[in-house]
Design a protein around this ligand. Sequence first.
Ligand code: ADP
Length: 323
Amino acid sequence: MSPIDEEQLQGLKGLREFLQRRTSYDVLPLSFRLIVLDNDLLIKKSLNILIQNGIVSAPLWDSHTSRFAGLLTSTDYMNVIQYYCQFPNEIDNVEKFRLSSLRDIEKAIGVQTLETVSVHPSRPLYEACSRMLKSRARRIPLVDIDDETGRETVVSVITQYRILKFIAVNTEQYTSLLKKSVREIQLGTYKNLATCQMSDSVLDVINLMVVQNISAVPVVDKNNTVLNVFEAVDVIPCIKGGAYDELKSPIGEALCKRPEDFQGIYTCTEDDRLDAIFQTLRQSRVHRLVVIDDRQQLRGIISLSDILKYVLFYGEDVDYFSS
Ligand code: ADP
């Protein structure tokens, strides 16, 4: 084993021990607010609440059973849009759907069911990460039991983004040992990439994301040069006010609706090292990295789940890692 291999494994070991020592509680800020939506709320209204509060997801609460009822995310709105496309005569019903109907919508269009996986906040952070990765959830609610009533309570929700930021900020002594390049550890996806062009409609791209269960599609020109990335969260401003017809407009127009504080997209090359990626995660709001070559042409995509999966499982459970 070369010294660089040894160092890399030492770094991964340090990170895994850190994730076992820390709990999900540790990731939470000292003070925060949590918006929980009642499952009986109209889907249409839920969208306005997310937009007004500048959030892109919220836990759902079933007030009939007093139980946590899953997590509402931009994927759910994309499913509603898919439903609307598959059953155009149902448009009047779509307006009347409540959040509790999301499961029926998923069944009707044949996609994976709503993410109901959760974790106790005082369990090791490693457990929250591995549950998220195994269920392909991008965020996980922290659910505790109220001592007095014995009922479930949703404490907060943590995302892959937040966890990777927490790792990047607190474990520089380990992340600095990860000197292998993206190419050497084959981090990310390089085959069968889903891409789109500026002139493709928002609907076509939503369809790609739903069918492939991905949260972003790089926008390229005819030479495969990367121009932008359309993300699942970009769907929310497009359907604001229930204007589903606007979804037929091109991606280029939809990208103009991004909030003013949008931070841009992040790129890297296959020669970049994992320690440098952690440096970027530490300093910026990165949700994925688009891998390009020296001519800005698309090579691949590295999602936060790819990074987390590598940190947790590389060399541990080979079967799971290669799945
Ligand atoms: P995350 O789980 O971090 O939200 P995604 O759902 O976008 O990220 O990614 C899930 C998996 O799909 C990852 O392994 C990622 O590399 C891959 N992936 C992401 N975007 C694309 C794409 N446009 N085409 C093909 N594969 C992709």
